[in-house]
Unconditional design. Structure first.
Length: 148
């Protein structure tokens, strides 16, 4: 990609596109204005399915090409949203494993975070789920869930 960028007119830039969704923009504004109150807890689940067929593409699942697995290539967008909404991370404890496919990078991970605000966060990611689910839940002091 670096070589292609050097030959191109434009630039190659990573982007966290989930930040630009209408609902996320509203949530960010509510938090920035202090309406949401003090952050207590966040939970993130990224449970996707990637089979051996997915890894037939030569660069997928290779440390040299991807630099990481489920955390860097799949769950990163949900994790970015959490930090974008809840603020910076102060400390992390994590475990990773390669359990789903015989690849060089992790395909299962869990982590426990303490945010600089004191809020706690729990992250879980796998590429071995039979049903694909991405879920982000934030618990803040003055927001209430509404069930219809």
């Amino acid at each position: 990609m670096i070589a292609a960028e050097e030959l191109a007119i434009g630039r190659v830039m990573p982007i966290f596109q989930y930040r630009f969704g209408n609902g996320v923009q509203k949530a960010r504004r509510i938090i920035e204005l202090g309406i949401a109150g003090k952050p207590y807890l966040a939970t993130i689940e990224t449970a996707w399915k990637r089979t051996a067929e997915y890894y037939q593409t030569p660069w997928r699942g290779r440390r040299e090409a991807e630099q990481g697995g489920v955390l860097l290539m799949h769950a990163i967008h949900n994790h970015d949203l959490m930090t974008w909404l809840m603020g910076p991370v102060a400390s992390v404890f994590a475990r990773t494993a390669t359990r789903v496919n015989p690849i060089e990078v992790e395909d299962c991970a869990i982590s426990s975070l303490v945010m600089q605000s004191g809020a706690l966060a729990s992250l879980a990611a796998t590429l071995g789920s039979q049903r694909e689910i991405s879920r982000l839940r934030l618990c803040l002091s003055t927001l209430r869930s509404r069930v219809r």
